[in-house]
Design a protein around this ligand. Structure first.
Ligand SMILES: [Zn+2]
Length: 256
């Protein structure tokens, strides 16, 4: 079963490459079919098999021999991995379906923010709608506690970044951090709950700070440069989704 889930993840990853490339460029996701970004030639289905075609074509377009970005197979592999880990964590449950949809959307956000420093509202709204569906599902299951935790997650996620954004903007005397990040953390809060959202924020700050230090050291980034925060938030959310409950119970056990 896990292999089926991983293969499904790789296929979604392949579709995700299309979304990540086209959505911020305001191109249609469905039409036209895949084509080379260099020579515009249509890519035949047998050259479009996730991961495998990249290896067979040695990472080059069949027609113009232009290098195909290594990012395409990496995104496919990443989705395969995340889908596989989700299956190990949740098994064949409704929660698995929620986790897979959630991950699919936030990884789109991660790469689009990385490339364009924007988070499309469509995706933040999608996260919000997914959260509402989750609340309805919990309501029908009679899971009152989790509903409260998720609603507080929504409010908490919003307030946390809203306040930090205000403070940062005052310190730097310019717009620091986009509203996209605020909406992202709120929407994710509705799905993950307040505990996981605080954890996500903690992880993203630590990972973001370490990454910034490394980039500064290797001169890939200079002081005053803007760094998208979305990718770090997403990384924190994925860690929290998989390990949040374990980390929280471990932490609570320290005091009992
Ligand atoms: Zn080409």
């Amino acid at each position: 079963m896990i292999f089926a889930v991983i293969i499904f993840g790789i296929l979604i990853g392949s579709f995700s490459n299309v979304v990540i490339y086209r959505m911020p460029r305001k191109l249609s996701i469905i039409k036209p079919g895949s084509h080379c970004v260099a020579c515009n030639k249509e890519i035949k289905w047998h050259d479009n098999i996730p991961l495998i075609s990249y290896v067979i074509l040695k990472g080059k377009c069949r027609y113009c021999r232009e290098r195909i970005s290594l990012r395409y197979p990496l995104v496919e592999g990443l989705y395969g991995l995340l889908y596989g880990v989700s299956y190990l964590k949740f098994g064949l449950t409704v929660n698995l379906a929620f986790a897979l949809i959630f991950i699919t959307i936030i990884v789109w956000i991660m790469f689009i923010d990385l490339d364009f420093h924007i988070i499309p509202d469509t995706l933040n709204i999608s996260l919000f709608i997914l959260g509402i569906i989750r609340i309805l599902y919990l309501f029908f299951r009679g899971d009152k506690n989790e509903i409260i935790i998720n609603v507080i997650g929504f409010i908490g996620g919003f307030l946390l970044l809203f306040i930090i954004r205000r403070i940062a903007s005052m310190i730097y005397k310019r717009e620091a951090m986009g509203y996209g990040d605020v909406k992202l953390l709120a929407g994710a809060g509705l799905n993950l709950g307040i505990y996981n959202i605080l954890l996500s924020f903690g992880f993203s700050t630590i990972i973001g700070a370490i990454t910034a230090l490394i980039l500064l050291k290797f001169k890939k980034l200079s002081k005053g440069d803007e760094m998208a925060f979305g990718p770090f938030l997403v990384t924190g959310m994925i860690i929290s989704l998989f390990f949040g409950s374990d980390i929280i119970s471990w932490y609570i056990n320290l005091f009992i």
